[in-house]
Design a binder for this molecule. Structure first.
Ligand code: ADP
Ligand code: MG
Length: 737
């Protein structure tokens, strides 16, 4: 067997049997074992408290202090029975990860001993010393500290010996410092707006829920190899590395069989995730080597977001137990696919209707058309903002490449739904009235009920209709889905509010027109508005190849946002239309949006800054020394040839080495020059005070240098002796043994 240049941790795992046998219990027995779910609430809470909690969770009722105390007592009992000693408020700051600060239950008992305590007050509110979380200046300007407040709609759970309480994180003046607070506000807004519209079709609807089913893609690399790649360790991606001769060109990884070591990791991960209430359902290989996917059954959006955050952190822990590292970066390797997190999104009513699914009756299909068209209206109007909601320094590497959705938001509907909308738009304006006195008869074509498996799939579309939901595919693997969900649910809420206003205004006019017939003025008004909207939002509909160059030109003509620069894309959050939408729905104020953008720009700058430093260091102390030392070996060899052979023979024999010696000299000096320019570009950018301008300078002036340097290093990788090359290569990183 070929000698390994680096210590592969997996080798050790192969020798010892993996202790990850599936437990004797079945998944449905351990599902939610570590979650204070309804079943546990029922068991551990007095009946009236249980009922109150159900009302809080299902109907958003207010929670008073006495109830909180009783809930805390029940939670504490359950937690201590499960060996818990600490608790933490678990929140989602703007840094993408989750944050927690653990406190133990113990308190002085006043008699020299200790008691374990957990009151409603501690459950409901906490003040993490959070001055180091990014807040874009909100906190320093308005209040020194923020506090976290319990979100009773997402159940508490146990990790090891700690009770985790999902919370929002806000400043004392009420501004959101996290993702959850605006998400809950956006979900409320879409509930209110969609419920109102549902009443045209079914007055019994009480509530509309936003659903999210995410599909988490990720890479695994061996822990030993990971440790030998400072770039992976510090930036989450490889800043250099030549293509492996074999990568994904054979398409043999996708849906192939899962390597044994990986399968063991997946089983272990799923057990732990299921215990935490994450309803894991699907696992498979992805397109790139070492790339995999996990998808749960969809859930209410707030809960689904929490579960995704939880899963990402559990994944990292479990991977290490198996000698792996998980890479959640959107583009850890150049030349092969990156990772995304498709967000399958839909709305459903409390009486079980999926609003983006076609129905059996004309009314149901009119409702279906309404929700499809108004979703498109929201996405069309705010296409730039939606792109901003999924954009990041890391996801920017994936968008626009020939694999992921392009950096233009458009929507694919498939043939049947497109035909339905075209039909509504172009049919004779009076086709409804012509139905005579037979009551409601709408000329809405039938749609096969189950589109899910036969909607012609268009993998290049960033926002595709897939039968009973939309799939927002541009979301990055590392991202908090909340960002996309805040923008999408708000955009659709706004469209629905506007739709209802226009329909209501037109009903009287149709009442007059249709007096004496059994036609419904309401439905006619709806169709009238839909026709208008189908025309308006047409530019967002695109069923062609989203990867093509022609699409960029065409999209620009249609007035869609085609900006590619990440810091500039963030500007969309501050467009008048965005501010107006967020403010009118009560999701975020202008002040919050401004503060959050500061954080986005600052984060962008820091990420590129770190990459630039790491690449500069690696170039100077890993790559150049090794290349130069190989060059010296070659030079020695050239000298030896001259010593041994007659001049003209030696000259001939040395030709190849001399060429390589020269190439190394040229490339190392290009790298050196590149690093110098990189440092200078950084220094200049660092002088800029304004975060927005600074991020733009990092994008325009610093980032391009990274690619120039990398190009030279990757060429050197091909000519320098393999035994000397200091970093694990792609072919080593990408194929799990
Ligand atoms: P794909 O074929 O797109 O890879 P998967 O089965 O891997 O599909 O994942 C689809 C995801 O979409 C799952 O999380 C699934 O639960 C979710 N999903 C299915 N129907 C809906 C719906 N109506 N609303 C939201 N999510 C849904
Ligand atoms: Mg999918």
């Amino acid at each position: 067997m070929e000698a390994l240049r680096f210590q592969v941790v997996g080798e050790a795992f192969k020798k010892k049997p993996l202790d990850v046998k599936a437990p004797s219990e079945r998944p449905c027995e351990y599902f939610g074992k570590k979650v204070f779910n309804r079943e546990k609430m029922y068991k551990y809470l007095p009946k009236d408290v249980y009922e109150k909690m159900v009302d809080v969770i299902d109907n958003g009722a207010r929670l008073d202090r006495t109830v909180a105390d009783a809930v805390a007592a029940g939670i504490k009992q359950w937690a201590t029975e499960n060996g818990v000693t600490h608790y933490t408020h678990w929140f989602q700051p703007l840094t993408e990860g989750t944050a927690e600060k653990h406190d133990s239950f113990i308190e002085h008992d006043g008699k020299g001993g200790m008691v374990e305590e957990f009151s409603g007050k501690l459950l409901v509110q906490q003040e993490p010393d959070a001055s180091s979380f990014p807040s874009g200046g909100i906190r320093s300007t308005f209040e020194a500290r923020g506090y976290s407040a319990w979100d009773p709609t997402s159940p508490v759970f146990i990790i090891d010996d700690t009770l985790c309480i999902p919370t929002v994180f806000i400043s004392y003046s009420g501004e959101a410092l996290d993702y959850k607070a605006p998400l809950l506000r956006a979900l409320h807004a879409v509930n209110v707006a969609a419920t109102d519209v549902c009443h045209y079709f079914d007055p019994a609807v009480k509530k509309v829920t936003s659903n999210l089913g995410w599909e988490q893609e990720y890479f695994l690399v061996d822990e030993g190899l990971y440790a030998a790649r400072p770039d992976l360790l510090l930036t989450g991606r490889t800043l250099m590395g030549h293509d492996s001769a074999k990568n994904q060109q054979m398409d043999d990884h996708y849906f192939g069989s899962i390597p044994e070591r990986v399968a063991a990791f997946m089983r272990d991960l799923e057990i732990q995730a299921l215990e935490l209430g994450v309803p894991c359902k699907t696992r498979h290989n992805e397109v790139a080597p070492n790339q995999f996917e996990l998808a749960p059954i969809f859930e209410e959006t707030n809960l689904a977001v929490d579960h995704n955050m939880l899963l990402m952190s559990v994944m990292k822990r479990v991977a290490r137990k198996h000698g792996f590292r998980v890479l959640l970066h959107e583009k850890p390797f150049a030349g092969i696919n990156g990772s995304g997190k498709h967000n399958n999104w839909s709305l459903s009513t409390d009486n079980g209707v999926l609003l983006h699914a076609p129905g059996k009756t004309p009314e149901a299909n009119l409702r279906f058309a309404t929700f499809i068209v108004e979703t498109l209206m929201g996405v069309y109007k705010h296409n730039g903002l939606l792109k901003a909601s999924i954009m990041s320094a890391t996801n920017a590497h994936r968008l626009g490449a020939n694999e992921a959705p392009p950096a233009i938001v458009s929507s694919f509907l498939g043939k049947q739904v497109s035909e339905l909308l075209d039909h509504i738009e172009t049919a004779d304006k009076d086709f409804l009235a012509m139905a005579g006195k037979q009551g409601l008869k709408m000329d809405i074509p039938e749609i096969p009920e189950l589109l899910i498996d036969n909607t012609d799939r268009n993998r290049t579309s960033p926002f595709a209709f897939t039968g009973n939901r939309f799939e927002f595919r541009a979301v990055g693997s590392e991202a908090n889905c909340a960002s996309a969900m805040i923008a999408l649910n708000s955009a659709v809420a706004e469209a629905l509010v506007d739709f209802k206003k226009r329909v209501d205004a037109r009903i009287p006019e149709f009442e007059k027109k249709l007096a004496g017939t059994e036609h419904s003025a309401k439905f006619h008004a709806i169709i009238d508005v839909l026709r208008e909207d189908i025309k308006t939002c047409k530019p967002i509909r695109f069923d062609g190849n989203g990867y093509s160059d022609e699409w960029v030109i065409e999209a620009e003509k249609r007035g869609l946002d085609v900006e590619k620069s990440c810091p500039k894309i963030f500007e969309r959050y501050l467009d008048d239309a965005s501010v107006k939408m967020f403010e009118s729905l009560g999701v975020m104020t202008k002040k919050e949006l401004e503060a959050r953008n500061e954080v986005k720009w600052e984060t962008y700058t820091k990420k590129i800054q770190i990459e630039a430093r790491v690449l500069g260091d690696l170039s100077m102390n890993h790559i150049i020394p090794v290349a130069t030392s190989y060059q010296s070996q070659l030079l020695k060899n050239v000298e030896n040839m001259v010593a041994v052979f007659p001049v003209d023979k030696a000259e001939k024999l040395n030709a190849r080495n001399l060429k390589i010696i020269e190439e190394i000299a040229e490339r190392t000096s290009a790298i050196e020059k590149g690093v110098e320019e990189l440092v200078n570009a950084r220094k200049l950018a660092n002088k800029i005070e304004d975060e927005h301008e600074k991020a733009i300078a990092y994008h325009d002036k610093v980032e391009p240098k990274l690619d120039e340097i990398r190009y030279q290093i990757d060429k050197l990788e091909l000519i320098v002796d393999d035994a000397l090359w200091p970093l694990p290569k792609y072919r080593e990183l990408l194929f799990i043994r």
